[in-house]
Design a protein around this ligand. Structure first.
Ligand code: CTP
Ligand code: MG
Length: 222
């Protein structure tokens, strides 16, 4: 796989319901910069990445337009869909046909590092599909609809998935051709094809900004 054929899709087309803010979550400020700038800055400065596609809500797109002048690798800013999987699909349609590898990243995770992205790229080159994740620190319970514990999975086998997640472009396109409304990440869709996905060490600082408190935590660790 040639290094210059890597594209990134940054999804920022959610409604930010749990964040409870009028401004789009991706434009919330963290240390003087909108959330989405933090990860864009990291991807922009990795030489092997050639294209970035930003996916936003249709009504927010005008507010994302200024990203073009700041980040030269942005190829397109496109409207997303109803679910996260729909939004990734919209991003896939904007890819250059020569793209060999795609990294998908949530705008809601601003605290990635260059080292983390390079680890992921190396794993995707080797295994075709890989995600960053961290070992779960808590004991996790599977609970039924009435609130009774069904099962306690062995903690040492549990990892919390993060983004970016990376795939050979053809593989990710095939995974998204199937219905995936319930999929909360891309690996889930690739797993359903029967393809093995490699897990590489993420970073506990790579938190997802979901509620307003998460932004306070991010300000502390940024
Ligand atoms: N996302 C998207 N399109 C959707 C839903 C989500 O691009 N239809 C993106 C979000 O913008 C975010 C990432 O997927 O960057 C992870 O989603 P989440 O943290 O759940 O963000 P929101 O869906 O915006 O928030 P909420 O679920 O609270 O409404
Ligand atoms: Mg959501």
């Amino acid at each position: 796989m040639r290094a210059q054929q890597i594209a990134v899709i940054i999804v920022a087309a959610g409604s930010g319901m749990r964040f409870k803010s009028k401004t789009p979550k991706a434009l919330a400020m963290l240390k003087n910069w909108p959330l989405i700038h933090h990860s864009l800055h990291i991807f922009e400065h990795i030489p092997s990445i050639h294209d970035i596609i930003v996916v936003g809500r249709k009504e927010d797109l005008r507010r994302f337009e200024s990203l073009h002048s700041r980040f030269k690798k942005i190829r397109a800013i496109v409207p997303g869909g109803k679910t996260r999987a729909d939004s990734v699909k919209c991003g896939l349609l904007a890819l250059d046909s020569k793209t060999a590898m795609v990294l998908v990243h949530d705008a809601a995770r601003p605290l990635i590092s260059q080292a983390l992205v390079l680890r992921l790229i190396a794993a995707v080159r080797r295994h075709k599909a890989a995600i960053v994740a961290v070992p779960v620190k808590a004991t996790v319970k599977e609970v039924d609809a009435k609130g009774w514990i069904k099962h306690t999975p062995k903690r040492s086998y549990l990892w919390e998935a993060q983004t970016p997640q990376g795939f050979e472009a053809n593989l990710l396109v095939r995974a998204h051709q199937r219905k995936g409304g319930d999929a909360t990440d891309d690996a889930m869709l690739v797993e359903r094809l029967g393809t093995k996905v490699k897990v590489v060490m993420g970073d506990y600082r790579n938190i997802k900004i979901t509620t307003p408190e998460d932004l306070c935590i991010a300000k502390e660790i940024a």
